[in-house]
Design a protein around this ligand. Sequence first.
Ligand code: COA
Length: 260
Amino acid sequence: MSYNNILSKVTNSINTIIINRPNKLNALNKETIKELHKAFKAAEEDSEVKVIIVTGSGEKAFVAGADISEFADFDVKEGKKLSAKGHDILFDFVENLSKPVIAAVNGFALGGGLELAMACHFRVASDNAKMGLPEVSLGVIPGYGGTQRLPNLVGKGRAMEMIMTAGMIDANQALTYGLVNHVTTQEELIPLCTKLATKITNNSSVAISAAIRAINANYTDGINGFDIEIKEFGNCFGTEDFVEGTTAFLEKRKANFPGK
Ligand code: COA
């Protein structure tokens, strides 16, 4: 598939998706959001893909936010629609993907950029990264899940401060907050993400999908995460991966998971 605003390639079961609008600091315009949806959907459906890494092109930005020029003249109805559609086709979509998504935060991750990184399953940052939700400085609030996912990741007080001040935190502060799992140099960012992704590809993709559903259940209103865990745990016993994983252990060999 070819895109105007993103690049997508698969190597060794790892699909790297690069948001490619460096002149606009990779800001998410409507077309980019649609293309990201298509690329994530294609990754989900491609049996060759086991892990997805998403990053920004250039050395300056992961994503500097939603494209402000596209919504500056919106009214209330259009604002609601913009937010709802974004949740639906990108942010919730990524969070609920059955394959692991790692955000390689290579620079500014602001507004919708940080919201995209937070929708990913975990985050790794380069030491030049800067993260924040500056929306209140524009007279709006985060509308792509930021008010919900940031408190879940860093705690309510820190999220309140970040959102109210509209300030940015650096990579080390983000590490202290638990917003990112690792900080490395810009040069080592993709190699480190690839190393983590490769480690993931060695495990059962069926079990990993079940783990994503069970973990996400903890953050879904009206659902008891423990009940989902019991159901997903039980279902694993009916998979070929479970048979292979346990047999390989007992035979003292490395498992070769069929992914079924
Ligand atoms: N939407 C649209 N365009 C954006 C953008 C965004 N969120 N963020 C950056 N850009 C564009 C700039 O308008 C500029 O385009 P131009 O060269 O055609 O004028 C280009 O990207 C480079 O950005 P610039 O502001 O010149 O870079 P900088 O190094 O001086 O500042 C930032 C970097 C990230 C601090 C600054 O771009 C910024 O504050 N961006 C907006 C962040 C934001 O509020 N995001 C939340 C949106 S809801």
